[in-house]
Design a protein around this ligand. Structure first.
Ligand code: ADP
Length: 348
């Protein structure tokens, strides 16, 4: 009796599973029944064949239902396991042979979701680190300004030996603060995709002459020679002039900041399809281990030195983004205490 009720229960379940195919089976049965009625003359055989047809349809429906049930169960288990994070890798996802295409798709989806989650986590981590860095960077000049102002208010304002010096230092820190804010605005514009580029052909010789001459007074303050070797006047390169100015100014200011004696040189090397812009200095250089990291946000080889010369640690990160938008990249060659060379190519 127990067995019978189990069989009946299974029959019921599997037939219900096969319900989606009922219409097709009924249609097929009607067609076969009509064929039997037309072809078989003996009415007893006709009845027998129709009964057989009915029974075989039920058996086939039962088998189809059973298979469908099994497959749906497998899929449900896989979905459940994915939802409960039970898999370590997509290799653990396995369905029976008949579902191999579905298995491939589920694996692809699983990998894509995992990659998305991983990059979201990384992004979250980068955001938190960035925020911590920004807070730290803001705190340094604000505290310094606060300190100088308080000391002046406490009486130093009347001491001619220090009052101007303290005001000058406070002013220096407000400049750092404003540099940092400007760089932060640039970074956020880049990240939100708001930095609009406007590509055009422009005369590189005129461009570099102007940018270099604008930085000459800064080089003079450090007694550095700033030289630009002109290139043929007709050479036109392709890019966004304003953004490229930001790149070259940054490279020049870095070259001047991190060079104590000698010279800073700007030149263009013409190649068949490109023009290569080079900024070279005879400064402190960059240790090999730091070379890969100087383009990271807030990365400085020597934090104290960078801050003392007004660096934000964001300049090269911005430069990298701008060059990426031009489909090019910075190449750096540097040797400690000998100097550095930053170069990038632009299309002719
Ligand atoms: P910063 O505002 O600190 O100059 P950047 O992003 O422009 O930030 O540069 C990152 C770091 O790379 C600098 O702190 C410095 O250590 C190093 N660096 C950049 N340019 C030079 C250079 N020409 N010579 C030596 N070190 C450099």
């Amino acid at each position: 009796m127990v067995i019978n009720s189990k069989v009946l229960k299974n029959l019921n379940t599997y037939l219900l599973s096969a319900k989606v195919y009922f219409k097709e089976f009924i249609l097929l049965d009607i067609l076969v029944a009509i064929a039997i009625l037309l072809l078989v003359e003996d009415s007893r055989i006709t009845i027998l064949l129709i009964i057989l047809l009915f029974i075989s349809s039920i058996i086939v429906l039962y088998l189809v239902g059973r298979r469908r049930d099994k497959e749906l169960d497998e899929i449900k288990t896989i979905i459940n396991n994915i939802r409960k994070n039970r898999y370590q890798s997509s290799d653990e996802i396995e369905l029976s042979k008949s579902l191999v295409t579905l298995q491939r798709e589920i694996k692809k989806m699983y990998r894509k979701t995992n990659d998305d989650i991983e990059s979201l986590n990384k992004l979250q981590q980068v955001r938190s680190e960035f925020l911590a860095n920004v807070s730290h960077e803001l705190r340094t000049p604000i505290f310094a300004i606060q300190g100088f102002v308080e000391t002046l208010l406490d009486g130093a304002i009347n001491d001619p030996k220090v009052n101007k010096q303290f005001l000058g230092k406070a002013n220096q820190h407000t400049i750092s603060l404003s540099n940092l804010l400007n760089d932060l605005i640039d970074i956020s514009m880049i990240e939100s995709g708001e930095m609009k580029m406007s590509f055009r052909y422009f005369n590189i010789d005129d461009f570099l002459k102007r940018v270099v001459s604008e930085q000459s007074s800064l080089a003079e303050t450090k007694n550095l020679e700033l030289v630009y070797s002109p290139i043929r006047d007709s050479l036109q390169l392709y890019g966004d002039k304003d953004k490229l100015k930001q790149v070259v100014v940054n490279l020049l200011q870095n070259a001047i900041k991190y060079t104590e004696k000698g010279k800073v040189e700007v030149l263009v090397e013409e190649e068949k399809l490109y023009g290569k812009i080079i900024v070279r200095d005879t400064g402190i250089g960059i240790p090999p281990n730091d070379l890969d990291r100087i383009f990271e946000r807030f990365y400085r080889v020597d934090k104290m030195r960078s801050r003392s010369v007004g660096g934000t640690g964001l300049g090269l990160a911005i430069v990298k983004h701008i060059l990426e938008a031009h489909g090019t990249a910075m190449i750096v060659n540097s040797e400690c205490n000998i100097g550095s060379e930053f170069s990038f190519k632009l299309k002719k």
